[in-house]
Write a protein of this length. Structure first.
Length: 227
């Protein structure tokens, strides 16, 4: 279980969150396309309009990101990273998620420690365009709301800009860690957490970077699936 101090701090700082979706560009990776019956399941938690447009209209859904993911996975959107939502899943993509309730963070941490795998896109300064006004609940948050989860995993998210980026992105952050393997000048941190693994990328705007951004996303998910 997580330290009581972290849980208490999270309870004060976090507002219950949950959310859906965002858009991007990319081209199919034919080698990665799986037949539906062979696809593994991917739980998707995001504030970006990846599944639905910002209006949540059923005829305005989907995105190049979702299209790429569905070539390899059966994508299951979830609204919160709690035990009930994570149950039965082995792999989760948290793409710039909203602030999670403190209890959900404890359950997410335990899920990873029990063997779960998570790719977390934690953007310290999101540059994604939105038609919604600042403060609107449908607008993605301007920054990843880290209330102790990264520190609990031994990672620090810095406002500095990572160097040697594998993709082009307007406002990346930088990750520092003595416990995890840091790559690409601090852009990516790969951590062992109990029996599971967590990969953190200090950006989410790279999803808008075309095929290279989508390739990075799918390659990191594939890395997490390896034994």
């Amino acid at each position: 279980m997580m330290a009581k101090g972290w849980l208490a701090g999270a309870a004060v700082l976090l507002a219950a969150g949950g959310a859906v979706a965002l858009a991007v560009g990319g081209r199919p990776d034919e080698a990665a396309i799986q037949a539906p019956a062979k696809r593994s399941t991917l739980a998707l938690l995001t504030s970006l309009p990846l599944v639905f447009g910002e209006s949540f209209a059923l005829d305005n859904g989907g995105s190049p990101v979702l299209t790429r993911l569905e070539q390899r996975y059966n994508v299951v959107p979830i609204g919160v990273a709690d035990a009930a939502s994570l149950r039965g899943h082995k792999l989760v993509l948290m793409a710039h998620p909203r602030a999670q309730p403190a209890e959900a963070l404890v359950e997410l941490d335990q899920w990873v420690r029990d063997g779960g795998r998570v790719l977390l896109l934690a953007d310290p300064m999101l540059s994604w365009d939105s038609a919604q006004p600042i403060g609107d609940p449908l607008r993605p948050p301007p920054a990843f709301a880290d209330t102790g989860l990264l520190g609990h995993w031994g990672v620090e998210l810095l406002a500095e800009r990572a160097e040697d980026l594998p993709v082009e992105t307007p406002s990346p952050g930088m990750l520092a860690s003595k416990r995890c393997k840091v790559a690409d000048g601090g852009f990516i941190a790969r951590c062992k957490v109990g029996k599971g693994r967590a990969t953190i990328i200090a950006d989410a705007d790279f999803l808008n970077g075309g095929p290279k951004g989508l390739d990075l996303m799918t390659s990191e998910l594939a890395r997490l699936e390896r034994p």
